[in-house]
Ligand binder design. Sequence first.
Ligand code: OMP
Length: 286
Amino acid sequence: MSAGERAPFGARLAAAMDAHGPLCVGIDPHATLLSQWGLSDDAEGLRRFALTVMEAVAGRVAAVKPQAAFFERHGSRGVAVLEEVVAAGRETGTLVVLDAKRGDIGSTMEAYAEAFLRDGSPLAADALTVSPYLGFGSLDPAVDLALSSGRGLFVLCLTSNKEGHEVQHARTTDDGTVAALMAARAAALNADAAPMGSIGLVVGATIGDAAARTGTDLAVNGPLLAPGVGAQGAGAAELAAVFGAARRQVLASSSRGVLQAGPDVAALRSTARAAADEARVALGRD
Ligand SMILES: O=C(O)c1cc(=O)[nH]c(=O)n1[C@@H]1O[C@H](COP(=O)(O)O)[C@@H](O)[C@H]1O
């Protein structure tokens, strides 16, 4: 499908969340999980793992999120498996958020954008996670290509890890916070989009009241990817508390919390279904 025919990512994600519930299943083939699944820690084990997850959840959840590092650690054969996962998403109509967290000076960002967001690239997903910590404007090539090709971005804003505050809560020269500035920049790019824009934020479900404490307005008219559900300890109560009025924009994300149910396809499927149902209720979509 070419850019001209593809609806904007924000609209496609809104429809997928309505149809399947607001859950993204992370595909993070940790060495420990490969071993628990009885698979070898090599490209063939990785392939069996990733394609089993796709078999279990493709067409049944709003999105999947392969984490690039777990594929890259197997070298070029691992990257080839990541290409297969992206292709499987395309073939099954499952949105793929490629979690590669790219960020660089603008001229290099252009090459990252071509790798992950250009029609015809083997790694072109529906959306890409990006880091704005070289300055939000350094992301412009990715913003431009995402918007012109019906794709999206998730910009790191308030991350789920305990170290994130060192940078994200810091005060800017305008006496706001870095996180609030990132959210405002995303909101400006989503102005007037309906049902929501395509430039989302990453806001961990584990951050407690950090959005309020940093003055970050999460009402950016774009999707909010919320990792931290499951293995990092966040559940329904945290999802409801962290996102408040912006909760209908949230795509809750769980990797190990679902993957530990494998390798049985039916068990993976029912664990993902239960997580999606829990997120749906917690986020006020029931
Ligand atoms: O961008 C992300 O997806 C991300 C951002 C963040 O703030 N915290 C975070 O955990 N993630 C990713 O989300 C996944 C979380 O995995 P689990 O803790 O196993 O559910 C990992 O792939 C992380 O790299």
